[in-house]
Structures are given as structure tokens and as C-alpha cells.
Design a protein around this ligand. Structure first.
Ligand SMILES: [Zn+2]
Length: 173
């Protein structure tokens, strides 16, 4: 949700008359335009190889410098699976085949003073050998292979990632 106390201008009539009406609807009192700040879909990969998990360090706000699962937002007309394949190619130049859906967790994502509510879906990907990775520097500053037995869910950047890591570790004890 955007800051309910600041003046919001209507994108249709440009009057300062856009008012929040509950959780996600914003109505313009001048022209009756309605904007829905809907939940955004995002995907994350739990990539594992020989007891180690692939995590990336975020190069951007929010949560710059913190650990995250590789992934990103779903584009228009994409499935979750297509989005994750595209993101892994863009971020790491990692081509993937089979992926297994695990679970989803909601998250809040503050970007340039606008709070986005997301639904993050997690997929598990097993690799038999560690691939050569090439980083997309604007998105990720480095990647790490961590022993699954040593990963701490509090190291993760977002609440959804913390929940996902805790659930993954619980399921794989
Ligand atoms: Zn308006």
C-alpha cells in the first residue's frame, strides 16, 4: 500500500484526489477512476547440489547486501516456470530443466517509497554438478554455495525467504 497520508494524484485526471479505500483499491474523487494495487507474483529457486545450496547477495535495495534465493518478478503473460527460467538465465546464466514446486509465502517489498505486496513461489532445482555462473552485476554482487546443514534462515533478506528456508530445512532434516 502507498502512504495513506500523502497526497496522491490521479493518473487519469491529474487531480490530488486519489484516496485509499481499504487494502488495495484507490478511488479518484474527481473522475471516479479506480486503481488496484494488486499483489505481484514472484518466483524463487532453491538450487541444491551435493548438500549445498546456491544463494546470491543482493546488489540493490531493498535489502542490499543480504542473502536471497535467485529469482525475481513474473512478467506479463509468463508462467511461474517461465519466469524462473528467465530469471536464472538473466541473473546467473544458469539454464535449468526440471523444477519442483515447493510452497509459497507472502512478502512485502519496499521499492522507491512504494510498498508492494508480493506472493513468492519457491521451486526446488537439483543439479548433479556445480555449473559455471556469470553474474548480472546490477542485480547480484556475488553467489555462494552454502552447506545446507549450516544455513540459517535469519540470514535471508525477506520474510518470505526466511519462512521458505525454515520450511525447506524442516522438510529435509
Ligand atoms: Zn481522477
Amino acid at each position: 500500500m502507498m502512504n495513506a497520508h500523502s497526497t496522491l494524484y490521479c493518473v487519469k485526471c491529474a487531480q490530488p484526489s486519489l484516496v485509499n479505500q481499504g487494502q488495495k483499491a484507490y478511488r479518484c474523487h474527481s473522475c471516479d477512476f479506480v486503481y488496484f494495487h494488486n499483489v505481484a507474483a514472484a518466483v524463487s529457486a532453491v538450487v541444491v547440489c551435493n548438500g549445498q545450496m546456491l544463494l546470491v547477495e543482493r546488489a540493490q535495495q531493498p535489502s542490499e547486501g543480504k542473502l536471497d534465493f535467485p529469482g525475481g518478478f513474473v512478467d506479463y503473460d509468463e508462467s511461474n516456470e517461465q519466469a524462473l527460467k528467465r530469471e536464472l538465465l538473466e541473473e546467473l546464466q544458469l539454464p535449468i530443466g526440471h523444477m519442483q514446486y515447493l510452497f509459497s509465502y507472502p512478502n512485502s517489498y519496499l521499492y522507491k517509497d512504494v510498498l508492494y505486496s508480493t506472493l513468492d513461489s519457491f521451486f526446488e532445482i537439483h543439479l548433479s554438478t556445480k555449473p559455471a555462473l556469470v553474474l548480472q552485476q546490477e542485480e547480484v554482487s556475488r553467489y555462494l554455495w552454502l552447506d545446507v546443514s549450516n544455513v540459517d534462515s535469519n540470514q535471508l533478506a525477506f520474510v518470505s525467504g526466511q519462512h521458505a528456508m525454515a520450511a525447506y530445512l524442516r522438510n529435509n532434516e
